[in-house]
Ligand binder design. Structure first.
Ligand code: ADP
Ligand code: MG
Length: 251
């Protein structure tokens, strides 16, 4: 896979000294992260370590209290226009798909392009079909999410994000709710996206995916980035005791 560019203007996401609290609970502790365009970052760590909170801060599904988050050169503030701009360009895929159950697959995909980007229905549906073909389920377009398998629903969720033509994709444990036989069909779509150069931040426990796709693996524990490295070093030569313990439990 091509190496990401390394010029400073090519930063997709930057977090500088980010802190966040849920009430009294200090959930993110001085997070510093620079993601170049084209990077594929895997974030792992124990349950409750702050992985979801960290990536949800990137598109303001959670609000941080200290530090700077800059996405494609836009600094996240209270400014709703900036939040909207960032959300348009940052796609997010969740563990539980979060499709609208009362809309067809095609309608799920076309909704945001019509309402947010003001595309015509015809144009939005054409784009939706293009991405449903890419995730290999165009024949499901007229069905409702409840009629699809989990793996198919997750591929719809990915197609729906891609319809907004995002610069960055965030994945929060996209395969954790799937039956084992469906994990591969979702990972295969993610691998293709990576090969096409998409900037990706993926919270996942799929270490095979991390080894083949990530250019960098980040380990979080107790709200901190404890260790990060390219995958070979990360898995073969973990430096921190907590990383070693985590890897010994999951590998
Ligand atoms: P991870 O994704 O690594 O499992 P999370 O980011 O979901 O971790 O959660 C980190 C910590 O913050 C956990 O202890 C969790 O219980 C707590 N937490 C998450 N969301 C909230 C919330 N909305 N209010 C209060 N505490 C929360
Ligand atoms: Mg989580």
């Amino acid at each position: 896979m091509a190496e990401p560019q390394s010029k400073s203007h090519s930063l997709a996401v930057e977090m500088r000294g980010v802190n966040k609290w849920y009430g009294e609970f200090h959930v993110l502790k001085n997070i510093n992260l620079r993601v170049e365009k084209g990077e594929r970052i895997v974030i792992c760590g124990p349950s409750g370590s702050g992985k979801s909170t960290m990536i949800r801060c990137i598109n303001r599904l959670e609000e941080h209290q200290q530090g700077d988050i800059i996405v494609n050169g836009v600094t996240l503030t209270e400014d709703l226009k900036k939040i909207e701009l960032i959300r348009r360009n940052v796609g997010m895929v969740f563990q539980h798909f979060n499709l609208f159950p009362h809309l067809t697959v095609l309608e799920n995909c076309a909704l945001a392009p019509i309402w947010v980007k003001k595309e015509s229905r015809k144009q939005a549906e054409a784009t939706a079909m293009k991405y449903l073909e890419r995730v290999r389920i165009p024949e499901q377009a007229k069905k409702y999410p409840g009629q699809l398998s989990g793996g198919q629903q997750q591929r719809v969720a990915i197609a729906r994000s891609l319809c907004m033509n995002p610069d960055v994709m965030l994945f929060d444990e996209p395969t954790s709710a799937l039956d084992p036989e469906m994990i591969k069909e979702v990972l295969d779509v993610m691998i293709e996206l990576a090969q096409e150069g998409m900037t990706m931040l993926c919270v996942t426990h799929e270490m095979g995916f991390a080894k083949t796709v990530a250019n960098r693996v980040i380990f979080m524990d107790a709200g901190q980035i404890v260790e990060e490295n390219e995958p070979h070093e990360f898995f073969n030569n973990p430096q921190h005791e907590r990383t070693q313990l985590f890897l010994s439990q999951i590998l």
